[in-house]
Ligand binder design. Structure first.
Ligand code: IVH
Length: 700
């Protein structure tokens, strides 16, 4: 390609990116109905910024990188912005436009340590002075500007395009975290104070709202951000009042007269907001080096799910206001702040097909086959769709572009289709009437949400039962995963769980790709599993409704499988914690001749039927509600929490008046310590963790 051709291509790509970004700005800011994830938007934006930096000959003042929103006549201020034009067009749906006194700017993003450090270097170069930083969680809600005139709350506006937003005063007035009056240092008339921050919906409130929406056959919100935006867009403020919304302030806008309040640092302005009745996010932290800032970002990337609201990054601001002033702004964002963005937990991708899998109980679960995407840090190509109703409520259609979410350890989920991108010929999906494995009928009982294959000889069910028996939570047979179970079953080697113990060198050595070593390993893992305690065997047998905890209770009460088989309904139901449904299920299970035949086969090969002889763990922390902050040496967070729970403690993630003890590890959350101290809650260092677990600490 000649140099000129190459430049033509680049110019074309720049134009394409500009119009794509304009389109997505409009969808996001004006219609509140984005087609793509924030991450994908940020990628388009970064690509455009990079190209414009490398090829300044294509600079345009109209580029979205140069504006905080759609074009506006700054000279007269009279031209309609795209937002206002749309507002006029859609008058019946929208709220009155409000021109912000000070534009609501965007933030530049950093996606890596390098980008964060590069920002630091630009600051160093510009200032040549020592700089301190304030780190704030980047709340995933929507930005709101609150206006206080002479100390009284008079207006709330959304960000809109940054220049003009929507008047949502009546709705915002219902949010309890927002004070209606603030006390000012002097009683000046005509004073104006603008407070900016994020309105958000806590995750439990979002889940509850979606549950209710689903029950009422209404539209589900894709995430807490959308539900917060939707709640503020209500025509009737009494609807907003019923939605549980929170507010974290993070910035001041206009202050008139300027003499009203003067601050020299950002932290000071936050402290002032706190003194006049706003709640400042407790994780806001001042740090004096970018290395510490990066550690803070990493900490919250790992612990974002400890919070009961969503965050998508950390906002870092230069603390000193004189330094902020020296650094100033680009046309769209301050140079003194940056958003460190976490890896995305939501992506859009294509829903290739909806299929149904048959579980060990015969439950038919729909699942999505997706065009693979990286989301929540891993490659996702399958996601559960739960049941027939969920597919219908979300109206997912094969071929749709869909939003996929994977957060923390959670199984990937298809959140919603992007309806605006739907092929007009896409047909609603219909739940199959026959089992994809055995061809038998799929049955859904009235009033139940699940559908079942009721053929007890269904090969898919048998495979799942055997794979479950061998899985980690049951008999833990290493090397016998689902894929191998399928292979062995297809060859007729496994018909029930007991057949596992009749596999031998001879039957396995004829299998292709299965060498001597793998066979030996598998056979010794199978042999080892014979000694698992009774509770694990009970889990492995897959008795309906009998989970891990109740298996332990039953195993320790009866001591031997033969005693459970002999027991009747009354014997079982009288055990504390065992409900009639479970007792009935146990009795039915052992009454089945087929199940008794399988158990006899297990007995013949010497599978252990007895309870483990471990002594019961002393519940010395019973009644304690413990918060752990920071890391405990030699223990992962889960291990430490599990240990506390095994001793009877309740472990929670945030400090409240109900907390009885806070354990302080390395790099703790300072806010948690401050709160514990102010509530007079006992704290202990993590160096005493083991002594605490062993009951060697006097807690009174
Ligand atoms: S400061 C000029 N601080 O992030 C400063 N923004 O990507 C502008 N956001 O529109 C914003 N948490 O909606 C700031 N602690 C925080 C924030 C925050 C969330 C949002 C805000 C803004 C967007 C920019």
């Amino acid at each position: 390609m000649s140099k000129q051709q190459n430049l033509d291509e680049i110019s074309k790509r720049i134009e394409q990116l500009r119009s794509l970004i304009e389109h997505h700005n409009y969808k996001y800011y004006v219609l509140d109905d984005p087609d793509i994830s924030d991450f994908e938007y940020d990628q388009l934006f970064s690509e455009l910024k990079d190209l414009e930096r490398k090829y300044p000959q294509f600079f345009s003042p109209d580029s979205p990188t140069q504006n905080i929103g759609p074009a506006i006549d700054h000279a007269t201020g009279s031209a309609l912005s795209e937002f206002e034009a749309v507002a006029t067009f859609r008058k019946e749906n929208l709220f009155t436009p409000v021109r912000h006194l000070v534009p609501m700017m965007s933030l530049d993003n950093a996606f890596s340590k390098e980008e964060l450090l590069a920002w630091g270097q630009r600051i160093d170069k510009a200032l040549g002075d020592k700089v301190g930083f304030v780190c704030e969680l980047k709340i995933d809600g929507l930005a709101i500007s609150l206006k206080y005139e002479n100390g009284n709350f008079t207006q709330a506006a959304t960000r809109g395009d940054g220049v003009v937003g929507e008047d949502v005063t009546a709705n915002v007035a219902t949010i309890r975290a927002i004070p209606h009056t603030i006390s000012l240092p002097e009683n000046t008339s005509d004073s104006v104070v603008e407070v900016r921050g994020e309105v958000y919906m806590p995750i439990p409130a979002f889940e509850e709202l979606n549950r209710k929406q689903g029950e009422a056959g209404g539209r589900l919100f894709a995430n807490p951000r959308n539900s917060a935006a939707g709640s503020l867009r209500q025509k009737d403020p009494s609807v907003t009042a019923k939605r549980e919304l929170g507010f974290w302030p993070y910035q001041l806008g206009q202050i008139t007269p300027q003499s009203l309040i003067r601050f020299s640092s950002h932290i000071q302005s936050l402290n002032w907001l706190s003194s006049i009745g706003f709640m400042i996010n407790p994780h806001t932290t001042y740090l004096d080096t970018l290395d510490k800032v990066y550690e803070f970002c990493q900490y919250w990337q790992d612990h974002r799910h400890d919070l009961d609201y969503e965050i998508d990054g950390v906002v870092i601001k230069v603390d000193d206001l004189a330094q902020q002033n020296d650094l100033g702004f680009t046309t769209r964002a301050p140079r003194w702040a940056i958003a460190y963005k976490f890896a995305p937990e939501e992506q859009t991708t294509k829903l290739l097909e909806i299929m149904v899998s048959i579980g060990r109980t015969g439950k038919a679960t729909p699942f999505a086959k997706l065009d693979p995407v990286i989301v929540g840090g891993s490659r996702v190509s399958l996601a559960t769709l739960h049941n027939q109703d969920q597919v219908a409520i979300k109206d997912l259609r094969p071929g749709d572009m869909v939003v996929v979410r994977k957060a923390g350890e959670v199984i990937p989920e298809v959140v919603a289709p992007v309806v605006s991108l739907r092929n007009p010929n896409a047909k609603p999906w219909v739940f199959p009437t026959t089992c994809p494995s055995c061809g038998g009928p799929l049955v859904r009982l009235e009033g139940e949400s699940d559908t079942f294959c009721v053929n007890i000889d269904c090969p898919a069910q048998a495979v799942q039962r055997i794979a479950y028996f061998a899985s980690k939570s049951a008999m833990d047979i290493e090397g016998l995963g689902e894929a191998r179970v399928v292979t062995f079953s297809n060859l007729g080697l496994l018909k029930d769980v007991a057949d596992i113990y009749y596999l031998n060198k001879e039957s396995l050595s004829s299998l292709e790709g299965f060498g001597d070593k793998s066979i030996d390993n598998l056979l010794s893992a199978i042999e080892k599993s014979k000694t698992r305690p009774l509770e694990r065997l009970l889990i492995g047998l897959g008795i309906r409704h009998l989970g891990e905890t109740n298996s332990k209770i039953i195993a320790s009460k009866f001591g031997h499988l033969d005693e459970i088989i002999k027991a009747n309904f009354e014997d079982i139901v009288e055990i504390e914690g065992i409900c009639p449904k479970i007792a009935d299920s146990i009795v039915r299970f052992f009454a089945s001749p087929h199940n008794r035949y399988v158990i006899d086969k297990l007995a013949q090969v010497g599978v252990n039927f007895e309870t483990s002889k471990t002594v019961e763990v002393e519940q010395n922390l019973k009644g304690y509600s413990i918060v752990l902050t920071g890391t405990v040496q030699n223990y992962s967070r889960t291990q430490a929490e599990d240990l506390l729970r095994s001793r009877g403690a309740k472990v929670t993630s945030s400090v409240s008046s109900k907390t009885t003890l806070v354990i302080i590890g390395d790099s703790p959350g300072t806010a948690k310590i401050t709160k514990a101290t102010s509530l007079g809650i006992k704290t202990i260092p993590a160096s005493s963790f083991e002594a605490l677990v062993e009951g060697n600490i006097d807690l009174i």
